[in-house]
Design a protein around this ligand. Structure first.
Ligand code: F6P
Length: 500
């Protein structure tokens, strides 16, 4: 039987109209916040502004049970190859376990020793996708913990200006380049790594490679780049790229913030893992976050999900979550290979508040697209300036405006706010390594929960392959080689771009 015609799905569809007006739900239940909020470690989740009641949550949890969420979690934890199209296990939780497996411990020890022995003032991480977005987001989020005189750059784009701009401000004698690539075959990364090595050789001659290390699941390929084993930090095929910041891919984090902070990040994630593995679905933060996404996407027609951090240092979180959610769950066929007949991952986007308020919130308040949003705020003031109350007031005001709106018929139409827009607020006690680790793990598990319910493989990414393949033969053409057949548009653009 298809998911859509299953009893729990049909029950949710029948129940949906009873929760359509969020304001009416507040009016009907003075205990609503107490019932629909949850504290786990340093994170308070308020989902009372979602179009749900406790009944909705029970029905959504029924759907999770129907889709065997507990069974899939057991299979993931047992190391089953649940990433079946790549024949791989999914074991990123092992990287942050309080007693990690021996191979994980060995690499942590290798990182410990390397961080203790090296005092480069500039770290340049060269990687892309999961080998860039995670560590970059973490280092940016924890800027308050970066010691004076240390700095990290993240170079991902093939556009040579990205690397050139960084090299222009680096002292080659004080810079370490980390080539971060699970496969060590990614075109963008190898191009940037080769150019960085040429630059370093120009300044340092034969000693240049002493300023390079590699992080990879393919050490043999890293060796062919010229790296010796002591300069290669391995990880494993059971760590998906977008789930890899907890592995040696986090070396840039460890070198910039220190190993203690890196371990605290792992501990924060482990706290969320423990909660995820043990709490009942109805009181389980990642399960709830995932189910609310299902509710908004599949039963309320949301096509977009806004990530709105009210913390400047979380400014890369939306970009990180774009890969985590959209590369994982942007799928149109289910695990049996059949096209799905229900929506999967919405478009994920965002910007820090208050910047977004002066850009795209207009569409959120008065546009025509159904969406949901996460507002993320931090209790403890950040930075030396006394701006925090203003920031938090804006966060609360936006949540309130999305909920209550201003449906005042005495006003002209352009001044009317419909309200009734669903949001979840995540309130962190502090923006520190533990809280950030817990927050990231929360979203990782949300993605897993949704993948299970949609019955898709969240851990492959075949949709990125075609473009890579088509780029290969285009390169010689753009460099003046013989023209090859393409669609008329591509052909004309090649002509416009070829050397005269
Ligand atoms: O975009 C596709 C992808 O495979 C991502 O999943 C991955 O994070 C990224 O490329 C980088 O891959 P690698 O770490 O192998 O260089």
């Amino acid at each position: 039987m298809s998911l859509v015609s299953s009893a729990p799905w049909q029950a949710l569809a029948a129940h949906q109209p009873t929760t359509a007006d969020i304001r009416a739900l507040f009016a009907a239940d003075p205990q609503r916040f107490e019932k629909l909020s949850l504290q786990v470690g340093p994170i308070l989740m308020d989902y009372s502004r979602q179009a749900v009641t406790e009944d909705t949550i029970h029905l959504l949890a029924d759907l999770a049970r129907h889709q065997d969420l507990a069974g899939w979690l057991d299979r993931m934890l047992a190391g089953d190859k649940i990433n079946d199209t790549e024949d791989r296990a999914v074991r990123h939780m092992d990287l942050r376990a309080s007693q990690p497996p021996a191979d994980v411990q060995a690499v942590l020890a290798q990182m410990d020793a390397f961080v203790a022995a090296n005092s480069y003032d500039t770290i340049v991480n060269i990687g892309i996708g999961g080998s860039d977005l995670g560590p970059q987001m973490v280092v940016e989020s924890l800027r308050a913990f970066v010691p004076p005189g240390k700095r990290a750059f993240f170079v991902s784009n093939t556009d040579g200006t990205a690397l050139a701009d960084v090299l222009a401000v680096c002292d080659p004698t004080k810079t370490l380049f980390i080539i971060a690539s699970k496969t060590f075959t990614t075109q963008e990364t190898l191009l940037n790594a080769g150019s960085a090595l040429a630059w370093a050789r120009g300044h340092l001659g034969d000693t240049a490679l002493q300023h390079f290390v590699g992080v990879t699941a393919s050490p043999a390929t890293a060796r062919s780049f010229g790296l010796t084993d002591d300069r290669i930090f391995p990880f494993w095929d059971w760590v998906g790229g977008r789930f890899s910041l907890w592995s040696a891919i986090g070396l840039s984090i460890a070198l910039t913030l220190g190993m203690d902070h890196f371990r605290a990040l792992l501990a924060g994630a482990a706290l969320m893992d423990q909660h995820f593995k043990t709490a009942p679905f109805e009181r389980n933060m990642p399960v709830l976050l995932g189910l609310l996404g299902i509710w908004n996407t599949n039963f309320r027609g949301a096509v977009a999900h806004a990530v709105l951090p009210y913390a400047q240092h979380l400014h890369r979180l939306p970009a990180y979550l774009q890969q985590l959610e959209m590369e994982s769950n942007g799928k149109g066929t289910d695990r049996t290979g059949r096209p799905v007949d229900y929506a999967t991952c919405p478009v994920v986007f965002g910007e820090p508040g208050t910047n977004g308020q002066h850009a795209f919130y207009q569409l959120l308040h008065q546009g025509t697209i159904p969406f949901a949003a996460d507002l993320i705020a931090v209790k403890q003031p950040m930075g030396p300036l006394n701006h925090h109350a203003v920031l938090l007031a804006n966060c609360l005001a936006q949540g309130e405006a999305f909920l209550v709106g201003r449906p005042d018929p005495t006003r002209p139409p352009h001044q009317i706010f419909a309200g009734n827009k669903p949001t979840t607020t995540l309130l962190l006690d502090r923006l520190d390594p533990e809280s950030l680790g817990a927050l990231i793990a929360l979203y990782e598990h949300k993605v897993f929960v949704q993948g299970v319910i949609w019955h898709i493989n969240s851990f492959d990414q075949w949709g990125v392959e075609l473009g890579k393949q088509l780029a290969r033969p285009l390169l010689p053409e753009l460099e003046g080689g013989p023209a090859a057949p393409h669609d008329a548009s591509t052909q004309a653009l090649v002509q416009a771009l070829r050397p005269e």
